[in-house]
Design a binder for this molecule. Structure first.
Ligand code: SAH
Length: 223
């Protein structure tokens, strides 16, 4: 199912993701329609596959971006604050920005400076993207995402786009109460998506979803 959603255009890809049940809500559909993947994926942008973007990074497959948005959706209201760790191409950061609207903020953090530059350039390819960068609605920063990004905390939602070696406590501490994190976590040779929910009282519950294959969340390569 996941791999059968490719299309000839951005609209066709998103229509197929919806038809196949990978996009469930109108809100996620509208947010994804507003971002042309061709601005973020160098080749075959409308294929439902991950694509290399250089520096050993990949832009995740569209069905993973859709599922991340659907999973975080209750915490992506107009005005919400979001942290996108391992922002890579910047595609998901842009979709998340559409979901939280002009009164919300999304910080994309990556530890490779050329990818921080790439995501900024990718987003600048559309007028809407340029507006989001100029207004500060979206910000791309360089840093170690395992430490989160304290200046923007606490966050309603945290998305982690690379597989963590452990459940990083500091990321949980940067979640609002209530708030939600979507994070792939390594377990031996496998990786699973976890949803980490913090409730109003600050209690944290982790739910294991499904197996995935992500780039690891690592030390930065030497510059
Ligand atoms: N969501 C991105 C995924 C990019 S791949 C997209 O769909 O385009 C994962 C990214 O995580 C890579 O860009 C990599 O540079 C970044 N990354 C890996 N370890 C990191 C760390 N410790 N801190 C910040 N970013 C990291």
């Amino acid at each position: 199912m996941a791999w059968r959603s490719s299309g000839a255009t951005n609209e066709a890809l998103i229509a197929n993701l919806k038809k196949n049940g990978l996009i469930e809500s109108e809100r996620v559909k509208e947010a994804m329609l507003k971002v042309d993947r061709a601005h973020y994926a160098p080749r075959s942008p409308y294929d439902d596959h991950p694509q290399p973007i250089g520096h050993r990074a990949t832009i995740s497959a569209p069905h993973m971006h859709a599922n991340a948005c659907e999973t975080l959706l209750p915490y992506l209201a107009p005005g919400s604050r979001v942290l996108d760790i391992g922002s890579g191409s910047g595609y998901l950061t842009a979709v998340l920005a559409n979901l939280v609207g002009p009164s919300g903020t999304v910080v994309g953090i990556d530890h490779i400076q050329p990818l921080v530059t790439l995501s900024t350039d990718n987003m600048s390819r559309s007028e809407e993207g340029r507006g989001m960068l100029e207004s500060g609605q979206v910000k791309f920063v360089k840093g170690d995402g395992r430490k989160g990004y304290e200046p923007g905390a606490p966050y309603d939602a945290i998305h982690v786009g690379a597989a963590a070696a452990e459940h990083h406590q500091v990321l949980e501490s940067q979640l609002k109460a209530p708030g939600r994190m979507f994070v792939p976590v390594e377990e031996g040779w496998t990786q699973h998506i976890y949803v980490v929910d913090k409730d109003e009282r600050g209690e944290v519950v982790k739910k294991k979803l499904y197996g995935v294959q992500y780039v690891p969340l690592t030390d930065a390569p030497p510059e």
